[in-house]
Design a protein around this ligand. Structure first.
Ligand SMILES: Nc1ncnc2c1ncn2[C@@H]1O[C@H](COP(=O)(O)OP(=O)(O)OP(=O)(O)O)[C@@H](O)[C@H]1O
Ligand SMILES: [Mg+2]
Length: 469
């Protein structure tokens, strides 16, 4: 559409109009004049120029239409174009661009198609270049897969043909907002007794693995759990893309580095885990283990850095433990399988497994203690389990968390650490207290809250390869 089209059309949604003014803007401004300005100042300057062009052209626009069009043109000129309004919408947690014409977003755990689109493939490539050049990378046939980050913290993955048969694909994950355990309880992701138990486990320095599928909320829970680490301890966090935001005073955050365009300069999670051992950590928190660093992490967990935390991509608590063995075997040290089992049995105390349910909710599906010892087969003992009910017509997943007795060993470690006020009396009143050691009855059964929407009962995260970004 040309800018002379009849009034009443939504100019801001018309990519030709936006393109027209962007081209004219490019001709009007002296690029040098923008040097040294902050992004905000630069935007202000450009908005002024576009506003002037619109006045010159005398097109009939309401004030709102004008503001929207000016913003779109400037988004296109200095920002990420059609992605900018989506990034500004905080109800969106994920943006998925599947080629120029298909944009999907995730809101409240559910996927929706968004009406916006890129003008054409070239336009999408321009936006991709803008994203990846900010992290000194490029995307082309020889380097068709890149992880990047927006200045505002969002993780971005780009994959283009020939690897992607669906055109250039961009996946943007909003920087996860930190939630406290209380907020997670409020959202129905776990119940109070489970939260109190998890807090006690962290304070008592048990080693905890948080597992789950992609986007099941592992990092979010890890962040919430880390809030229980006492302030006087020195915590080292190690991540591929720093997402954890700990509130303690004494936190050192380390971030790995991908190789540069010449394939050099990579610093792996594994080197960071090893380096962290020389930094006198009280606790090590690894965002996600997905390779040989798992062995270093397990060794750290069983040699003086108790109370460490990590996440792993897995489809069940059992799968998480098996995956740890597989990942640890990817280390360059040739460790026999039975020795690895020994290592895992002695390092890992508890697995907290998360799942994304068909109603879009993320929930703690299970808390399980790893109760096997030495070289024995892995034995997980569930201490908390979410039990969904058959789904009713409203398609909402309802259910409850069933609380089972703690294995004596775990109970003893909590008692020794003075953590005696996390349980729930057998009358289920929800007050703090605890059952006698080894009592073989559920502590309490509570209803799980559920939110709007819904689908079939069961889990929504079928097996997937690899972890998150
Ligand atoms: N319990 C929850 N309830 C609602 N939203 C949540 C919950 N936990 C996480 N989220 C949201 O889900 C998205 C994914 O969360 P998060 O990054 O923690 O998942 P993840 O399992 O670590 O993902 P990945 O596999 O990519 O590392 C974020 O937008 C986050 O804010
Ligand atoms: Mg994560």
């Amino acid at each position: 559409m040309s800018p002379q089209s009849p009034p009443g059309r939504d100019y801001a949604d018309d990519s030709d109009t936006v393109h027209h003014y962007m081209t004219r803007l490019g001709r009007e401004i002296d690029r040098g004049a923008l040097d040294g300005l902050t992004t905000q100042e630069r935007r202000g300057r450009l908005e002024g120029v576009v506003g002037k062009l619109l006045v010159q052209d005398r097109i009939a626009l309401s004030r709102e239409e004008e503001v929207a069009l000016v913003r779109r043109v400037v988004d296109e000129a200095v920002g990420l174009g059609v992605l900018e309004p989506l990034l500004a919408d905080h109800s969106i947690t994920e943006i998925m661009v599947n080629g120029p014409n298909d944009i999907f977003v995730e809101r409240a755990g559910r996927l929706e198609r968004d009406p916006s689109r890129f003008r054409d493939e070239e336009h999408l490539y321009q936006v991709i270049d803008r994203i990846v050049s900010a992290v000194n990378r490029r995307v082309d046939e020889s380097s068709p897969m890149v992880d990047a980050r927006l200045p505002t913290g969002e993780r971005v993955n780009v994959i283009v043909p020939p690897l992607s048969l669906s055109g250039p694909v961009v996946t943007i994950r909003r920087f996860p907002r930190p939630y406290s355990l209380d907020e997670l309880i409020g959202m129905g992701s776990l119940d109070g007794p489970t939260a109190r138990l998890l807090g006690a486990l962290v304070r008592a320095r048990l080693n905890i693995i948080v597992s789950g599928g992609t986007g099941s909320g592992k990092t979010t829970l890890l962040n919430a759990l880390s809030g229980f680490v006492p302030d006087e301890q020195r915590i080292i966090t190690i991540e591929d893309a720093a997402e954890l935001s700990l509130r303690q005073n004494h936190v050192i955050s380390l971030e790995s580095r991908p190789p540069n365009t010449e394939g050099r300069g990579e610093v792996t999670i594994r080197s960071l885990v090893r380096n962290s051992l020389r930094m006198r950590p009280d606790r090590i928190i690894v965002g996600e283990v997905r390779g040989g660093e798992t062995l270093d992490m397990l060794q750290a967990m069983s040699t003086g850095h108790e109370g460490s935390l990590a996440t792993v991509h897995a489809n069940s608590a059992e799968d998480a433990v098996t995956r740890l063995a597989t990942l640890a075997s990817m280390s360059d040290l040739d460790i026999p399988f039975l020795a690895l089992r020994d290592q895992i049995n002695s390092a890992v105390d508890v697995v907290v497994h998360l799942a994304r349910y068909p109603d879009g909710r993320r929930r703690v599906e299970q808390v399980a203690a790893l109760s096997s010892r030495g070289r024995d087969d892995f034995t997980l003992t569930a201490v908390t389990r979410f039990e969904p009910e058959p789904v009713a017509a409203d398609r909402i997943v309802r259910g409850r968390w069933r609380h089972l007795p703690l294995p004596p060993d775990l109970e003893r470690r909590l008692t020794v650490a003075g953590e005696t006020a996390f349980g729930v009396p057998p009358d289920g009143s929800g007050k703090a207290g605890r059952t006698a050691p080894g009592a073989l009855r559920p502590l309490v059964e509570l209803s799980g809250r559920a939110g709007p929407g819904g689908a079939r009962p069961g889990l929504a995260n079928p097996p997937e390869l690899g972890g998150g970004l």
